[in-house]
Design a protein around this ligand. Sequence first.
Ligand code: HEM
Length: 406
Amino acid sequence: QLDQRTIDIVKSTVPVLAEHGEAITKRFYQLLFENHPELKHVFNQANQKMDKQPKALANAVYAAAQYIDQLEVILPAVKQIAHKHRSLNIKPEQYPIVGENLLAAIKDVLGDAATDDIIEAWGKAYTVIADVFIQVEQDMYQEVAHKNGGWLDYRDFKITHKIQESDVITSFYLSPVDQGTLPDYKAGQYITIKVNIPGSDYTQLRQYSLSDAPGKPYFRISVKREDEQNDKPAGVVSNYLHHSINVGDTLPISAPAGDFTLQESDQPLVLISGGVGLTPLVSMLHDSLQKQPDRPVYFIHAAQNGSVHAMKEHLTNLQEEYVNAQVYTCYSNPTVEDQQTNYHQLEGFVNLPWLQSILPSNEAAFYFCGPEGFMKNVNQMLTEWQVSPESINYEFFGPQGSLEVS
Ligand code: HEM
């Protein structure tokens, strides 16, 4: 338990730290990787270059500090992060390392303004915050270790099928090399894969949503090849998977994790995806049709055009197989060939009048996933339609972003 003085100091200095947030975070990662180069194998070095993840970790520490005397408020956020940490195999003994380097970075950036009192208070607060994460993560490790078919750390999987789903998305079917049982998981969860790309200095860890329904004798991920684009470099791992990983190859994988999961309910289910954001939602679609065949499901997908529209035949055919499945697609930029086919129902972007025209009402469970701009739009539409906040569920790719419209 923290004394009141410590709580006061921490709360009153949160705005100062947040103001210097970026400088502190940059310095933190510099120090962290200088002092512990082995952590370069753990943190996504591409996100480091894009400066995204750096903000996520530090912001989470400040957010936690703001609620230092009522940490239960931020428990849902802790759980979401803890799922990712568990999937990355983050260990209790790594917390003090992050703490030491964060404090050192605060000292470096704030200079004389960081008095001994302030540093001491933040040191204590960090320990309390870290203990909450460590405890939540320990429970998750226990759970996965005791689950039928579950495992700790990484398990080797062999690629049994590699299927091209569109010009940019390819599915990989994965079966455990040990031929043992696979654990049940929740539709919407993801796994971490570990790759050692020849010529690369670091091991790369990446999360991919499982894209097929739970209960199959294999796992499936569907990966978008990230090509170079304006200021964004090509995706190292996605290109490696597309070009160099083939049937028969082996990948180490951690057990399914994540809290963006399908909840059973009698409300209609509305799944809205942009681009490769469809992967967790395809899993939910199949899971719902299998487990609750009477529940109406609307699968709404936005893609640029037919050439990048993944699994289009399969998804369209589902409507014939299941009376309760309705599949709608929007192409923002259809090609001439697209005009000859009936894979899309809307040209342009998903918009509220159109959503209202295809859905019976705003009383439904909404799940969405896609690029940040798409997510903001969908969230704004649902808010405008007065969808109840408890019915809105979403997941970002990569580091947690913000849905606030700036
Ligand atoms: C991801 C917070 C400690 C390693 C994240 C994310 C947040 C976060 C907010 C992004 C979650 C997301 O993408 O959804 C924190 C906080 C910590 C802490 C508040 C301390 C109290 C640690 C420790 C390690 C670690 C001790 C291991 C040395 C990672 C890694 C990622 C991550 C590798 C994935 C993103 C990437 O690879 O860049 N953490 N974290 N974190 N965290 Fe932590």
